[in-house]
Design a protein around this ligand. Sequence first.
Ligand SMILES: O=P(O)(O)OC[C@H]1O[C@](O)(CO)[C@@H](O)[C@@H]1O
Length: 347
Amino acid sequence: MSLTYSEVIQQYSALRETYNYMLSKREDIVAFVRKQAVSSITFVGCGSSYCLSESAAFSSRLRAGLPASALAGGDLMLNPQRYRALLENTLLIAPSRSGSTSEVVEAVRLIRTEKHVPVVALSCVTDSPLSQKADLSLELPWAFDHSVCQTRTVTNLYVANLLINAFIGGDEKLIADIGTAIEQGEAYMKRVESGIRQAADFAWTNAVVLADGELQGLASEGAIALTEIAKVQAHSFHLLDVRHGPMVTVGADTLVIAALTGDGTEHQSNLMRDIKARGAKIIAFADRAEAVPQQFVDLAVISDNQLDVAAQGIPFIFIPQIVALSSAERQGINPDQPDGLVAWVKL
Ligand SMILES: O=P(O)(O)OC[C@H]1O[C@](O)(CO)[C@@H](O)[C@@H]1O
């Protein structure tokens, strides 16, 4: 068993700790954010952590009632002056497994040379360089992935970001739904893993991950996981946006992973029909069977819990993780040793 696989299947035990830890910090987080009296939130991260930042910024806009954006750590490090207006009166939140990625640590230093910008560090290492710079440090060491590629860590950072937003916005339903998704996780993984492996067991070379809203950043993370673990070309798009260009790459060599929702079912069904007609294989994820046009998809992965859509991201990300691992195994690639990658970048 690869280290990466063992971390994937341990993600829910780490999530239980993360959930309890974040609940225990709820008052501190809310008091800290209120005290800063910020007018926006800016998330910053690199690679997987940037994808999570995209999802988190979307959640802030929807849930925390604040304008929010996501910046890639390298972009912010290179261009701190260019983003001055964006950073005016903002709260910077930096999710990072290592808390050591050079671009993020250096970006935080640079943007503070003129003015103090409040920073929340969210990392899986105790007392990391990022934590040391932060005004509020949230640490999830039990979620630290020892593999180069992040899997368990990603789900845990996703949940932590989502809870921060839910706490700020007082979204009790989302907080409860995240707890339910975590409780159901072990049974869900056991129920769906072998079907996902079977559906992905063909010689595909192109992967397309589709999701909307708060799950779009997670879909991008799914594409990164597929690329770094299985060394395949993978891209993510919003559901219907795949028709606006990327469709030309969809063919018999393509595996599509799509997060469907219960809304606009006819349009989503037509999209699956059109993708199927191009010869691709489709793994569709949804919270209920009725949301999936079974006649057009090769596998329907149903979480069977009608929870808040953002909580659905937790079971959704398991699909690209397992597809990436099974593809690596099929190609004889060791998922624990991705060619030319390090766990985090030190410049
Ligand atoms: O979350 P961290 O520790 O800042 O590191 C981000 C790193 O994680 C990765 O996504 C690996 O999974 C790399 O792309 C990136 O270098």
